[in-house]
Write a protein that binds this ligand. Sequence first.
Ligand code: SAM
Length: 281
Amino acid sequence: MDDYALLDSGDGQKLERFGPVLLIRPCAQAVWAPRYPELWDSATASFDRKDGLNWHGRERLPETWTITVRGVRMQLSTTDFGHLGIFPETLDLWDQIRRDVQDAQKERDSAPRFLNLFAYSGGATLAAAQAGAACCHLDASRGMVEWARTNAALNGLDQAGIRFIVDDVSGFLRREVRRGRKYDCVLLDPPSFGRGRRGELYKIEKNVQETLELVRQVLSDSPLFVVLTSHTPGFSPIILKNLLEQSLGRAELSCGEMLLQGGPEVLDLPSGNWACWKYGQ
Ligand SMILES: C[S@@+](CC[C@H](N)C(=O)[O-])C[C@H]1O[C@@H](n2cnc3c(N)ncnc32)[C@H](O)[C@@H]1O
């Protein structure tokens, strides 16, 4: 059983359950009316961007708490930007990555090498590691990499040989190309706007093609997949798919929307898009 569920959405907000904690946060896509207005009063706390960035009722929340989603234990905490250390819209991708790694294990002598770029708090890294992948987890934020290490320990994976790297994606990939390091599977979630380790500016529109070209150069001779996700408005499933096809060549390509989901009566809430490139199918 997952400790996460979308409970309702509407009027530009979403109501989500993270274990014992119910939170209301902004969500521009929720342009409809809430379906269960009576539920919203039971929220433990809420966050809004009405007059700056504000939590209401943050004192009612524990400083950190732990939930289990798709078999991965994750430590959560409220950040000043309204993030919690998890993007639940990526949960189906964790499952897909886990399945692909497990399937590949049956046909290979060595563990598939998985590279997670812009890897945040590590959910996808840990799902891949649980499936037996040799993982490399990279993020420019030292704090986020520490958070991912904490999550690895919570899952008994602190001795699993995961490479945790604090670095800028472009600089790291260029060095990996020079060193001749190769990976069988890559996940990348480029931010609309982000900063590398030394403040290097990353803008998806400007940088994503170069990043994908570098990803192409670090792919092994028998790659499994490259998954590209985005939360940037305008980066639709087809646009992500076209980017993968143009950078990596024709292969089996699929794409779709990332969704926040709850029970059968709860409206699915689109929260970004994904595309997947699979080799040799
Ligand atoms: C949208 S979040 C990724 C969310 C994550 N993939 C997930 O689903 O949980 C963006 C992450 O990219 C990192 N980041 C931003 N610019 C970067 C850069 N130039 N190099 C490496 N990481 C960067 C940020 O520190 C942040 O953790």
